[in-house]
Design a protein around this ligand. Sequence first.
Ligand code: AR6
Length: 188
Amino acid sequence: MKSSNQLNHNLSARIDVIQGDITQQQVDAIVNAANESLLGGGGVDGAIHRAAGKQLLEECRTLGGCSSGEAKITKGYKLPAKWVIHTVGPIWRGGNNGEDDLLRSCYRHSLNLAEKKGIRTIAFPAISTGVYRFPLDRATKIAINEVKQFLRENLSFEQVIFVCFGDDSYRCYFKNVSELVPLRGIKN
Ligand code: AR6
């Protein structure tokens, strides 16, 4: 039987934080922080559509949009990732309008969809923390806790990478992963 230490160790080896551009990640799937139209936009959404090419928009047009907290999947086209999981984060409206639950739901639905498709490695951006103005530290804790729970329940899922675009985001994720995922980096 595995001790709780071994479980924690496994968890820490399966969660990574990097600073970079999500469109460059060599993983099975990358997650897009989209809007309800799924027809592209700015921020990470714009970057993913530019890197994937026009075929991504063509496939997105067939999906009929996506509600906040839900997720839909397309191919990755010109991206190194085979799949793109499009999820729609909540717009921050002060914090008492279901924003936390909706953000949790984005991570949970994206991961469940990935699991169903046989995806084993996935990269997430910091959903809702840009144009949608969700406070970074609060969003980061939600992201990490939801991923932790999923990885504990899905032991064959290999890797979740949090891709941070700027210094602030990287520092915030690194601090929170260190606190919320025990034994990070310790191999024993
Ligand atoms: N790689 C990784 N992260 C990135 C990249 C990138 N290439 N580019 C930006 N980020 P945002 P939201 C980070 O605004 O808040 C779009 O117009 C960025 O620094 O992209 O969920 C959609 O169409 C921030 O930390 O998404 C929606 O209308 C994070 O990604 C709306 O924005 C999310 O910022 C969604 O807003």
